[in-house]
Write a protein that binds this ligand. Structure first.
Ligand code: SF4
Length: 391
């Protein structure tokens, strides 16, 4: 027995959780290593992953599928129809019982649940809904639930899903209709993928929070296969920026394309994981740092340069000749300095209420990364770089 699971359930879970690393979850960027607090058993299990929730808490997240049987044929996907591998399916009641055993043995505290599509998106969505309802209403599970919206789901189903989940998501996979056609010809970009994200926001705006799980509207995220359709970073970030501003997605995930054996894209070259990293950096600049798309240092190809992070590239073009005076700058200008994060900018604003900031040692104590920030700032009129040799 493993976590008190019957061998059949364990085998099913192992089959369903293989190849789930393509799905990024919660506040991760790619798959994190399992931390030392995971037991030896948990270190070995494919299905429980460490995940940081939006509130910063780390939990053990069961990341899996309800079924790996799928009737769609997405060109990048290991679960696509017709691919030869062993598939598995849980019924909603079986899944809920299996999870509660993991939960009671403290092996998992939350769930990220997706599924392959069988007999239509609405039918599959019902299975996910049934599972969540059993967990919440019959078994009293109060922990974290991230539930996938299935392509083809109906608006009423999305609303019910939102009433049970802490987070809902649907993967756009590509930034627009034309690009999606190269990746997933059976998916309809606007009607099946984009519209549900609009529904979520519409429901959040029109329905009071007390009608939802724990009295809160669930958050929304989406994911793209970066480089899978030869799209540019400009296309990916244009769509991401629109979604963050208009339907309030919490974030976008970028999963660098990797070819998978026995898929139509098996001979396509893998995308450099650094590209994924640069896309995350750029999307956080758009979301948290007041940057606009026009500020992004796109090359003529429409992509971001791989060797330099986008904030540093912007500063090299804009701040070398016009460094930011730390003692007078507004928060939005402080946030433009490489090495100054959200906490650092607040610490500077707080400190300068009572003192003039004249040396880099004071900034370092506030968590500013001086080696990155120094070329782009002034301390009471003097270049910070001149002080670096003193420290
Ligand atoms: S619908 Fe989902 S599971 Fe099915 S092939 Fe496409 S991406 Fe894979």
């Amino acid at each position: 027995m493993f976590y008190n699971l019957h061998m059949d359930a364990l085998n099913t879970l192992n089959l369903l959780s293989e190849q789930m690393e393509l799905e990024h979850a919660e506040e991760s960027q790619g798959e994190p290593a399992k931390p030392a607090c995971f037991t030896a058993k948990e270190q070995r299990s494919a299905f429980v992953q460490p995940a940081h929730l939006p509130n910063g808490k780390q939990i053990k997240l069961l990341k899996t599928l309800l079924s790996s049987a799928c009737e769609r044929n997405c060109f990048y996907c290991p679960f696509r129809a017709g691919r030869d591998f062993r598939r598995a399916t849980f019924k909603p009641q079986e899944f809920a019982e299996m999870f509660m055993k993991l939960h009671q043995s403290q092996a998992a505290q939350g769930i990220f649940l997706s599924s392959g599509i069988a007999a239509g998106g609405a039918n599959t969505q019902n299975k996910i809904l049934d599972t969540a309802e059993i967990l919440r209403k019959k078994m009293g599970f109060r922990g974290y639930l991230h539930l996938k919206i299935m392509p083809g789901a109906e608006k009423g189903q999305v609303e019910r899903l939102m009433q049970l989940a802490d987070r809902v998501s649907i993967n756009l996979e590509a930034p627009n209709t034309e690009r999606l056609a190269r990746l997933a010809p059976n998916k309809v970009f606007i009607e099946e993928l984009f519209r549900p994200l609009q529904w979520v926001e519409e429901i959040r705006r029109t329905q009071p929070a007390h009608k939802f799980w724990n009295g809160r509207h669930p958050s929304t995220v989406t994911q793209f296969v970066a480089g899978g359709s030869d799209e540019t970073d400009l296309e990916l970030l244009t769509t991401t920026d629109w979604l963050m501003k208009n339907v309030r997605i919490k974030r976008a995930y970028f999963s660098a394309f990797r070819p998978i054996h026995d898929t139509p894209l098996e001979n396509k070259a893998a995308v450099d994981p650094i590209r994924e990293h640069r896309l995350y950096q750029a999307s956080f600049l758009l979301r948290d740092y007041g940057f606009d798309l026009e500020d992004m240092p796109f090359m003529q190809t429409g992509n971001l340069p791989l060797p330099t992070d986008p904030k540093l590239a912007w500063a090299q073009m804009n701040l070398v000749e016009r460094p930011v005076e730390i003692n007078r700058a507004e928060k939005r200008d402080l946030l433009r300095i490489p090495g100054v994060g959200l906490k650092g900018a607040d610490a500077i604003l707080q400190a300068r209420r009572t003192q003039k900031l004249r040396d880099v040692a004071a900034l370092r104590k506030m968590g500013i990364i001086i080696a990155r920030a120094a070329p782009f700032l002034l301390l009471d009129g003097r270049r910070a770089e001149s002080q670096l040799s003193m420290f």
